[in-house]
Design a protein around this ligand. Sequence first.
Ligand code: CA
Length: 231
Amino acid sequence: MNASGKHGTRVLVVEDETQMRRLLTVSLTKHGFQVTTASTGDEALQEVSSGAIELVLLDLGLPDMDGVQVCRDIREWSAVPIIVVTVREDESDKVTALDAGADDYVNKPFGIDELLARIRANLRRASPEPADPVLHFGALTVDLQRHSVSKNGEYIHLTRTEYDLLRVLATHAGRVLTHRQLLREARGPEYEGDTPLLRVHMVALRRKLGISPGLPGHIATEAGVGYRLLA
Ligand code: CA
């Protein structure tokens, strides 16, 4: 076991560029992961269907099929965590992939530390530890049982909607949530399209929490995509 996660966790790297595939394989292997590779969507589906894969790192630009379609196909029968690898400019692609069932994304080019952090956050979600209703993010504490939020021990008053948004972000800490996902989980499917209202609530929520950018508990904006609570 090392600092990167459970030793020997099986990661499938789906990437058609040989150099990138090699780089990811070497880096992840060095950090204790057991890496399998695929260079097409078809190969990826075959590998996932073998059932041994614990996390998928999926390049969206594949030669034989769209990575978004790979997500959809996997989600028909598997809940394996999927992190898509995208080019920074393609915000609509990220949203489409997340809405198609991907759990998270990293932008190309990315650093290995960032990638490892994403992998860890998504593996944690896939195998939750014994439920503790009190979540801690630096100075911020979210008590899911008592529906209360405090910072450095001081109670913070939130509206019902603000609390529900924070609850969803906190229970997915470290992972990005699209505007639609966040609204659906916090408010219900009928609110999915209410992005302008979401922005208003997020401004208020951030102000009340008062956590500086970069610190645990801060709600980071993922431009054009959604939000992520820093773990
Ligand atoms: Ca590619």
